[in-house]
Design a protein around this ligand. Structure first.
Ligand SMILES: [Cu+2]
Length: 124
């Protein structure tokens, strides 16, 4: 996973193999309120589906970009996405939510195995 083109926090590698999830630097991913943030999420598993979920945020489906926190006509806000093996998603938003937010896979066994990390948004 990368945020703004850089690997950050504990998600430099989400999955090493079918049962071990990477914990790398232990640092949170960071952004600042007002910053345009691009997330690239990729399921590197050879055979496990994953459901990416980011707390406290939503982005627009259909690769649409939020304007003033609203999705354009024909696009809906979403906060999780199912990813099959080797499938990825890229989404953008303008950060508006300061705090420390969890992001994780929504499959319970994957969360308990450690597929969870944090994203900190600083005030401007
Ligand atoms: Cu998963």
């Amino acid at each position: 996973m990368t945020i703004n083109g850089r690997a950050n926090g504990r998600a430099e590698v989400i999955e090493l193999d079918q049962s071990t999830y990477a914990v790398t630097s232990g640092r949170d991913a960071h952004a600042t309120v007002g910053q345009r943030v691009r997330w690239r999420v990729l399921n590197l598993s050879p055979d496990d589906p994953h459901t990416f979920h980011l707390h406290g945020h939503a982005w627009c489906d259909r690769a649409s970009i939020q304007t003033n926190g609203t999705c354009p006509a024909g696009s809906l806000p979403i906060d999780n996405v199912d990813l099959l093996p080797a499938q990825g998603v890229t989404f953008d938003f303008v950060e508006q939510h300061p705090g420390r937010w969890m992001y994780h896979c929504h499959i319970v066994d994957h969360v308990t195995d450690g597929m969870v990390a944090f994203y900190t948004v600083d005030e401007t």
